[in-house]
Design a protein around this ligand. Sequence first.
Ligand code: ADP
Ligand code: ZN
Ligand code: ZN
Length: 721
Amino acid sequence: MVAEVIVDIAHSDVDKIFDYACEDTVAAGMRVAVPFGRSAATGFVMRVKESSDVPPEKLKKIYRAEEDFPALNKECLALAEKLKNRYRCPMALVLRLFLPAEMRTGKVGEASRNFARLTSGPFEIPARARQQLALAEFLKDNGEADTAFLRERFGGALKALTDKGIVLIEKRRVFRDPYRGVEGEAAERTLTPAQEEALKRIGTTQKTVTLLHGVTGSGKTEVYLRLIAEQLKLGKTAIFLVPEISLTPQMLSQLRARFGRKAAILHSGLSAGERFDEWRRLREGSARIAIGARSAIFAPVENVGVIVIDEEHDGSYSSENAPRYNTFDIAWLRAIYNKCKLVLGSATPSVETYKRAKDGEFELVRLPERINRRPLPEVQLVDMRREVRRGNPSPFSLVLREKLKSCLGGGNQAILFLNRRGYSQTVLCRDCGYVAKCEHCDVALTYHSEENCLKCHYCGARYHMLKGCPACGSVHIGYVGTGTQRVVGELKKLYPAARILRMDNDTTSGKEGHYKILKQFADRQADILVGTQMVAKGHDFPSVTLVGILDADMSLHFPDYRSGERTFQLVTQVAGRSGRAEERGEVVLQTYEPENFILRFAAKYDYEGFYEHEIAMRAGMFPPYAKIVRVMVVGEDETEALGALKEIYGKLEAVYAAQPEKFLFFNKMHSPIKRIKEKFRYQVLMRLTDGSPLKEIYAICSAAAYKKTVVYVEENPSNLS
Ligand code: ADP
Ligand code: ZN
Ligand code: ZN
């Protein structure tokens, strides 16, 4: 037999099929070791065929199969072809997505343990060998047992009986169980009528995709879990995607209680061995639900019955490594392949998704109320300009201080949210809230300290740094965000008795960083949680009755066409942490721009109003009406990178010249951040009316081969730095 093999080397020079002779035990999807050039390589068998065009004397033989089962199933292989075409990257890179990294590096393998049992033959143990008798008795009762355990309990008796041939020891593989300690009760719940209706609609619609638009705390999770359980009953499998941060201890124990070992939960807290075993259990079919962040979309489950993407608007669903895939695209392909439903859920769907739902492409199902009709917390907008005028320089308004005091006094908990993007260099007038914006693009400008100027990250326009505010003349121009550390410091002064926890990128490093902090807060070992974006996601803390958003503006003017959308989502999500149990929650939203539309819509939970406003702003300029494409040219050697940019730009310009009507914008420039980690960054920025020139753009970029410079394409990048 002959195997068509892709070698696991991500380089365009070797990105093609090589034929190898093989035994007939080799099957499509297997990983194999093959001779390659003067050494050996690992490869993937894409297909097995009868014969090859390569003359038999030149046909090399596969050394061996790396595993005795195909690591990639049929669906993976089919999907890989599509992804390669779509993202134009070496096949090896695509195939790697489907495997746990630790499998490729060979650093972990299957774990096994020794088990002992009695042989069937008649045997005799002298009455004085008490331990041996006890051991034999034990095995008679229990069938078999782990040898480590037996040695501990019966000492040398195990060896004695093994030597006599009375006990047989067998090595068997075992799966590491990362959730041994996690326990929980499966709450038996009666669905609310709204949940019932949602399930019915998802079940009966002819459309592949359903958008479940439900306010925070409306019980979306329960709907997902029922959908999954339903499919399991039908003998199918499921994929459940959540942002990594949502896999909180509470969520893990819920999932564990509901689905037990049928669920494989993949998160960053697992060890390499555990992750590998969870993957293995999915591949074998002993686990049938894959739960995890973005990469779980590649889970090796077969016969998929439903795919759920929770918090579908979340930025973590776009990959930042090659191939830069969008999780939705993969989910869509898998849903089509498996003829199953794809459910997207969010309280604040992305504008693009919502438009598709409104246009009828996706089914739109709503959960408009919180469970038990609990009211959404009331949001109070606080004008921080007035605080400055009053001479209050602290990060907390007087209103927030009052409310914090009564919240803590009442024995409740509070969350204070600070924008991570507060560190971005947006220029703001502290007296009137004026924000410096680009004259051509209507996005906030960014301050570049090395050149002491303001720049637009969309069109590259430069402006002088402001000396005073053009709107009110004030000289209180600022561009600094407040850090969590400073907030904690100030809080300690104001509330010396309060126990304060801090959660941001600095405090959550390490394997279980954020789990630990969230667990402490959930166990009421702290009164106030201060944090960045991480505290915004779907946590369910019943005693939180106050949420303070310290700097709502900071993401509002981030130089990104999605900054309004991001702000709306953030405010809604953070606010949703308040008042989830009996007591009514409150939210204090501090801003320098209380008249801003986005904040006003967010304060009223008016998604529809926000959407109409936003979609009108984007018409003809930004997604979903246009596609932003950025070609990055990045390299440590400035001369080579510049040369590459010139070359790529020339080729792209030809594409542009051939069909200018497809381009709303086309330009090359430095990237906003010119140098990151010693690498020079250049870009060609385009806005397309539709995606049709993409194929050519990808082709140009994937053909680029430089020594020290890489070229890649980003579609609607979530980060334009
Ligand atoms: P969402 O995901 O929409 O933010 P959750 O699924 O977290 O909302 O649900 C909010 C709260 O309501 C949770 O504490 C959940 O346990 C509870 N809940 C959900 N469905 C029901 C139900 N049918 N009956 C009672 N409580 C429910
Ligand atoms: Zn001003
Ligand atoms: Zn501009």
